[in-house]
Write a protein that binds this ligand. Structure first.
Ligand code: IPM
Ligand code: MG
Length: 358
């Protein structure tokens, strides 16, 4: 098969890590008989510099002509927090999610055996293993509700952000999560704040209806404050965790931290139609940009997710994941995952070693 891939190399270390991931894709293509055609798409801080806006006209259209999108990283302190939306890199991220209908954000957090020591939790906790997948709703809730700023008579300025969820939005993310749980450990935790929020009470009602339909999946409700605590107390209890947009934003950062290796974690954002978007969860790391020091593994594992979720090519995905594990097991480390005093290798070298294992 021939696949067309949109590449949003983006800012900071984005171009370097995407560069290595593309070489891995080509190597997989040669091995399994696929070809990949790449289309560069300008978005993020680099687009602000080049054309004055982070999300130039036609960005979504260009992506829609492709089978999948691979994104490196966008943003950085250089672009600050402009008061003009089109000059903020974050605007591009939110816009592309909405325009491509990417309502399901899959963020796996797994402790790779070779890096178990990097886990900041107690050894007994790490020994139980961590292998969970956060399924974050990505195109609704407070991220996309009405924002207001207005003057009041006696309380100074006031601001408001509206959080809304419809049954339809909850049901489609819920189904995705139940389906994923079926393919994994058949356990699903739905995180909400139903003791306070009306959106959460509706969320829970819809999830309970789905839980009856997916009765082979072990289901539980977890309040978000408790979920935050359980993630550091006993993350091994979780398999798939589904939650709304902002809770998912926060909990997925927490989940990434407990694996101790944010440079290793990929993510997928998918909707009902192609293209899906795949990206490492780490940021643009401007402090090490252009120095050949970034860890390309999260982006390479994002390609594995692309093969699995967009192209239904599980063997190709597994080949990449196994190659990454083999290299880590041999002890190769980029600076972010090295222990003090350990030898470190470059971005390009890490990419080369992984390709040699495919
Ligand atoms: C993420 C990021 C974004 C989000 C920001 C950069 C808008 O934190 O992808 O988790 O909040 O969704
Ligand atoms: Mg975030």
């Amino acid at each position: 098969m021939n696949y067309k891939i949109a590449l949003i190399r983006g800012d900071g270390i984005g171009p370097e890590v995407v560069g290595e991931a593309v070489k891995v894709m080509d190597a997989i293509g040669a091995k399994f008989g696929h070809t990949f055609e790449y289309v560069d798409v300008l978005m993020g801080g680099c687009a602000i510099d080049a054309v004055g806006k982070s999300y130039p006209e036609g960005t979504a259209e260009k992506c829609k002509e492709c089978d999948a999108v691979l994104l490196g990283a966008v943003g950085g302190p250089k672009w600050g927090h402009s008061t003009e939306a089109e000059k903020r890199p974050e605007t591009a991220l939110l816009s592309i999610r909405k325009d491509l209908g990417l309502y399901a954000n899959l963020r796996p957090a797994a402790l790779r055996p070779a890096l178990a020591e990097a886990c900041p939790l107690k050894k007994e906790t790490a020994d139980r293993g961590i292998d969970l997948m956060i399924v974050r709703e990505l195109t609704g809730g407070i991220y996309f509700g009405k924002r207001e700023r207005y003057a009041t008579e006696d309380r100074g300025e006031e601001a408001a952000d509206r959080m809304a969820y419809s049954e339809k939005e909850i049901e489609r993310i819920g189904r995705r999560a139940f389906e994923l749980a079926r393919l994994r450990g058949k356990k699903l935790a739905s995180v909400d704040k139903a003791n306070v929020l009306e959106t959460s009470r509706l969320w829970r009602k819809v999830m309970h209806k789905l839980a009856e339909e997916y009765s082979d999946v072990q289901y539980e409700d977890v309040l978000v404050d408790n979920a935050a605590m359980q993630l550091v107390r006993d993350p091994g209890q979780f398999d798939v965790v589904v939650t709304e947009n902002m809770f998912g934003d926060i909990l997925s950062d927490e989940a990434s931290m407990i694996t101790g290796s944010i440079g290793l974690l990929p993510s997928a954002s998918i909707g009902d139609t192609a293209p899906g978007l795949y990206e490492p969860i780490h940021g643009s790391a401007p402090d090490i940009a252009g120095q050949d020091r970034a860890n390309p593994i999260a982006t390479i594992l994002s390609v594995a997710m692309m093969f699995r979720y967009s192209f239904n090519l599980p063997a190709e995905a597994k080949t990449i994941e196994d190659a990454v594990d083999a290299i880590l097991n041999e002890g190769w480390r980029t600076a972010d995952i090295a222990k003090p005093g350990e030898d470190v290798i470059s971005t390009v070298k890490m990419g080369e070693l992984i390709r040699a294992k495919l």
